[in-house]
Design a binder for this molecule. Structure first.
Ligand code: GLA
Length: 410
């Protein structure tokens, strides 16, 4: 079973104590932002589609204090035991590897300026101490969490309130244009706007969203993340290649379907895709089939949750959608891995598991599982221990709560 995690309150106290040691004073506030797990709707967000993520109780905390008279943002990372600083009037990337974690903070200061939400050159000098328990490189969006926490910290320092959707868009801009990963909006959006005990159904084109209660606890079920312990890196992965393939599929199909500029896979139905199959290579056809099918599965999953997973056979159907999503990501989109497939297969064969699939970008990382609370020990044995045994990898499980998106403590 997973070890007991320090509560966020305990972590905040320890962080404040560390802040005093490093900077010799009390922090004025702590900004926090969570990682996320996506229930369903994978690789749809850069295609204008639907996603259904939840913010989880794994967070990044930034303790901060204004430093009158100083120009720089002086940052200390407890996780990396590294201190670095930058001048917000002249934002540059960190020039050493040890400080590369700070590029998310720098990038957000830059993006808030670039999107006109605040003027970084007018920010006061400040001190940040940063700590997080979102596993990095596991596909649980530790980068979105540090981005959103940074944006909240800068907003407080500048004395402005930023609309949460605008804030998420600025964080995505930091990731896309400063860090250099062409990710969609899902991770930053859920980290900024998540709600307790709920997932959000997000229309990634209009950015409208609906709060969909999970309702798992009442049914005696838990949200469980299983970590394959195979780190993935979005930058080096095939992620950017998939975004290009999707755009190419749309470009190829658009003339026959009468679609104009700005069309995305979101605008194409499965019937239209089938009818025009011969226009696409087999690879592009399968990529498109995944995205279009995944949008349908996501809307159906949200509809089941809206009515309540305890109704009729909703939970069974919801689980089937998760398994179907995994199969599609494995066979059509080709972003799973044998380790993730093994985790899902072991889960599917464990009584008390309602559904499982890989979550996030893929190429390693985690699976999401819906598990009966009374079967958590069985899951630890039949999935996690068995996985370790078969692969020799340090697989782990995190029993998660869906929590509120970014906020301030104190
Ligand atoms: C990463 C990206 C998201 C999304 C997922 C795949 O997490 O940051 O925008 O594309 O992969 O669904």
């Amino acid at each position: 079973m997973s070890e007991r995690e320090a509560s966020e309150q305990e972590r905040a106290q320890a962080l404040a104590a560390r802040f005093r040691e490093v900077f010799g004073d009390e922090p004025q506030f702590i900004a926090r932002a969570p990682g996320r797990v996506n229930l369903i709707g994978e690789h749809t967000d850069y295609n204008g589609g639907f996603v259904l993520p939840a913010a989880i109780d794994r967070t990044i905390l930034i303790a901060a204090r204004e430093a009158p008279g100083a120009r720089e943002i002086d940052m200390y990372s407890l996780n990396y035991k590294n201190r670095t600083s930058f001048n917000p009037a002249r934002i540059e990337k960190a020039d050493d590897r040890a400080s590369s974690w700070s590029n998310y903070v720098r990038g957000v200061a830059w993006a808030l300026g670039d999107t006109g939400l605040l003027d970084p050159a007018r920010l006061p000098g400040a001190q940040f101490a940063i700590e997080g328990n979102v596993p990095t490189g596991s596909g649980l969006s530790s980068s979105a969490a540090i981005e959103v926490a940074s944006a909240l910290a800068f907003a407080r320092l500048a004395g402005v309130e930023i609309d949460r959707v605008e804030l998420a868009l600025a964080c995505q801009r930091a990731e896309n244009s400063f860090v250099g990963v062409k990710s969609g909006i899902m991770d930053q959006f859920i980290s900024a706007l998540g709600r307790p005990d709920s997932a959000l159904l997000i229309d990634t084109r209009s950015l409208e969203y609906e709060i969909v209660p999970l309702g798992l606890e009442e049914m005696g079920y838990k949200l469980v993340v299983a970590d394959s312990a195979v780190p993935r890196s979005l930058i080096t992965s095939a992620y950017n290649e998939r975004t290009r393939e999707c755009a190419e599929a749309v470009r190829t199909l658009s003339p026959s379907l009468g679609l104009g500029e700005g069309a995305q896979l979101r605008d194409i139905t499965l019937d239209q895709l089938q009818a025009n199959r011969e226009l696409l290579s087999d690879t592009l056809y399968r990529r498109a089939r995944h995205v279009i099918g995944e949008n349908e599965r996501t809307l159906e999953a949200a509809a089941l949750m809206r009515e309540g997973l305890s109704q009729g056979d909703h939970l069974r159907r919801f689980g089937d959608l998760l398994y179907a999503s995994h199969a599609s990501l494995r066979d059509d989109y080709e972003v799973s891995s044998d380790k993730l497939d093994l985790l899902v297969e072991l889960a599917a064969n464990t009584p008390g598991v309602a559904g499982a699939r890989m979550t996030g970008a893929g190429f390693g990382g985690c699976t999401v599982n819906i598990v009966q609370a009374s079967a958590l020990d069985d899951f630890a044995r039949a999935v996690v221990a068995e996985y370790r045994q078969r692969t020799g990898l340090d697989g782990k499980m995190y029993v998660c709560q869906a929590v509120e998106g970014g906020s301030y403590l104190g």
